[in-house]
Design a protein around this ligand. Structure first.
Ligand code: AMP
Ligand code: MG
Length: 325
């Protein structure tokens, strides 16, 4: 099987129609969202969800985010407390996922939530929400990559990884945000950060006037298994906070900070020459893949500030550098 690729920018009607047909048949579709490319399937259809896990080689105990057309649709499936609703009103459509109690008989299949009594919901921007509105069912969608590998930010990335396993890949150019959604859970009126992502903790704090509570230590982040282990990993080893290049390394830099021996690197990729964290996030996964494709044994990565989107960037880099299973 080789996937059909449709460019949404050229054929929006055909993209919508074919995607709906594939989803109705119970198969996943690779599609662009503002964060990364997703592998989306009908969240109410167990066979369709099973195909997501199978295609990605993803463990079934790792729940999927369910994507909605808008807040009104999300309220049909999940119960919103006042603060979660305010967060949704402020940041949707956008890269924010909220963990909420699942409504009884919501129709979302337990395979999508890994049997939990909560569900991760988000409203994506653009084409994806249009498709969901038309399909009128939530789409369960993790990133469209083999589990544990670097997430795709272009249709080409999806073709290279999963092209043989899919029937339909939709292309909308480079994903503008470039890292996955921020995952929050409101408990007892407190906002807990489960995963940093495309909306910064600073932006959430500014919008709510409340602190965002970070997990205490690395183990607290594991709401679901698979969050901590090696993830987002290229084939090459990854070395963080590099201040110099060692023999045989490719280099990923950020901004103007000088790196010793950069001229000897197998290749150099600058996440953002001007030191812009949003630009760096958008380039991160593509540059990790490109650095990997040079064949270098190791990728050295210069330090990235831990503020704003830097928190999500450093989270992904730390997982990319984690010991492999
Ligand atoms: P991914 O689809 O790879 O971006 O990962 C989605 C992540 O969302 C999972 O690894 C979980 O950590 C998190 N998630 C999804 N649903 C839930 C839930 N009901 N409770 C806690 N975390 C969740
Ligand atoms: Mg993923």
């Amino acid at each position: 099987m080789t996937a059909t690729i449709i460019d949404i920018r050229r054929e929006p009607e055909a993209a919508l129609k074919q995607a709906e047909a594939v989803l109705s048949d119970g198969f996943p579709v690779a599609l662009p969202t503002e964060t990364v490319y997703g592998l989306a399937a009908d969240a109410t259809n167990p066979a369709a969800i099973a195909r997501i896990y199978e295609t990605k080689g993803r463990p079934r105990f790792n729940p999927l985010i369910c994507h909605m057309a808008d807040l009104a649709m999300a309220e049909r499936y999940a119960s919103f407390d006042a603060l979660s609703r305010r967060l949704a009103e402020t940041f949707w459509p956008g890269p924010l996922t909220l963990i909420l109690p699942l409504k009884p008989d919501s129709g979302i299949h337990p395979l999508a939530t890994a049997g939990l009594d909560t569900v991760g919901v988000r409203v994506p921007a653009g084409f994806a929400s249009e498709l969901i509105r038309q399909f009128d069912r939530p789409l369960a969608a993790p990133s469209a990559n083999t589990s544990g590998k670097v997430s795709p930010t272009s249709a080409r990335h999806v073709v290279e990884d999963l092209g043989e396993k899919l029937t339909l890949i939709l292309d909308n150019g480079a994903a503008p945000v470039g890292v996955e959604s921020t995952i929050l859970r409101v408990e007892d009126g407190q906002i807990r950060l489960l995963r940093p992502g495309g909306i910064s903790a600073e932006a959430i704090e500014a919008a709510t006037g409340q602190p965002v509570i970070r997990p205490q230590g690395p183990t607290a982040i594991i709401e679901a298994p698979g969050m901590l282990a090696s993830h987002y990993a290229p084939g090459a080893a990854v070395r963080l906070n590099a201040t110099e290049v060692e023999a045989g390394e490719a280099l990923i830099t950020f901004g103007a900070a000088p790196i010793k021996g950069a001229e000897h690197a197998v290749a150099v990729f600058d996440l953002s020459p001007t030191g812009d964290l949003a630009e760096a996030a958008a380039n991160l996964f593509d540059y990790l893949k490109r650095a990997d494709a040079t064949g270098a044994a190791r990728i050295a990565v210069a330090s990235v500030p831990q503020t704003d989107l830097g928190e999500a960037i450093n989270d992904r880099l730390t997982r990319a550098a984690a010991p492999r299973e």
